[in-house]
Design a protein around this ligand. Structure first.
Ligand code: ADP
Ligand code: MG
Length: 290
């Protein structure tokens, strides 16, 4: 009977790490026509490592130490990269008076007596315009697919930290499998445009960059309005609203409790190709029923 076929597919999926919250989700996932992916932790491993520290009139270690001071209480993947590098170099980390996260942009706080900001080049430039030399240096790092966080201290641009987050090994193949299944694939990221495009080029997908969390949710809504059945795939760390706004929200790879709560489905083994596998499981189940 129909329910038995669906139950069999749900448990076959679960055995391969494809979790679907019931028959309706199984049915819907085969009907998606667009897949919107987060970058960090979804298309990439989500474990960035520091590759370059640049000082603008400051020692590199001072730049890294100030950045680490701000990041001490943060669980952002970039924070972990910066704290790890500071730890490897055994840098003394100055104490912080205050710190505040600014969603999708960075952190600001007081270190010693200095007002300090660390965040995206865009957000930094909105506070203190960068010189042409600083811009060129940072753009070159972005073009290598590196994410750059810029440090401001007492209203001067004093440094930049570049980090590389490796693509998941099957990301290009996983995106191609979806495209081959007739699905429009797009990356939604808060990261810098040049960085995101350097990575998106490797995968052959559309890129929407420099987005705030609410922009991701809005774009999912726009795709739906223009007639797509939309799956949103993310780790859920700051994209739970976008997951909830999609026709099918899929949590991937080390998904937080929030993500698993908000999501309709989850792929447990961190394989981008498992999204296409889920679509195929749905389509073959529905073909056998009807
Ligand atoms: P993503 O969409 O890749 O998850 P986020 O929205 O988390 O990106 O962050 C967007 C950008 O803001 C980052 O690329 C980085 O430049 C900056 N940023 C955000 N949080 C931090 C942080 N804790 N430390 C350094 N930079 C940060
Ligand atoms: Mg994020």
């Amino acid at each position: 009977s129909t329910p038995a076929a669906i139950a069999a597919s749900l448990s076959a999926g679960a055995r391969r790490g494809l979790l679907l919250k019931g028959g309706a989700v199984l049915e819907n996932v085969g009907k998606i026509t667009a897949a919107a992916f987060d970058k960090t932790g979804t298309l990439t491993e989500g474990k960035p490592r520091v590759t370059d520290v640049v000082g603008f009139g400051r020692a590199e270690n001072e730049v890294l130490g100030l950045a680490a001071a701000l990041e001490q209480g943060s669980s952002h993947p970039l924070a972990r990269a910066i704290l790890q590098r500071a730890g490897e170099l055994k840098l003394p980390i100055p104490g912080i008076a205050t710190v505040k996260a600014i969603g999708g942009k960075g952190l600001e706080g007081v270190v010693g007596t200095a007002d300090v900001f660390l965040g995206s080049p865009q957000a930094a430039n909105d506070r203190v315009p960068m010189s042409p030399e600083q811009n060129t240096r940072i753009a070159a790092l972005n073009d290598e697919g590196k994410t750059v966080s810029v440090l401001i201290a007492d209203n001067a641009i004093v440094g930049a930290i570049a980090m590389r987050d490796e693509p998941r090994p099957d990301a290009a193949a996983g995106v191609k499998a979806l495209t081959d299944a007739g699905i429009h694939v797009v990356m939604l990221t808060g990261d810098n445009r040049r960085t995101a495009e350097a990575i998106g080029r490797q995968f052959g997908m559309e890129v929407r960059a420099e987005l705030l969390p609410e922009d991701k949710q809005r774009i999912v809504g726009e795709l739906k309005t223009s007639g797509f059945n939309v799956a949103k795939i993310g780790d859920g760390i700051n994209d739970a609203p976008a997951l909830a706004a999609a026709d099918v929200g899929i949590a991937m790879g080390g998904g937080t409790d929030v993500a698993l709560e908000t999501a309709d489905a989850a792929v447990l083994h961190g394989r981008v190709g498992d999204v296409a596998a889920m679509v195929n499981l749905s389509r073959s189940t529905m073909r056998n029923i009807f």
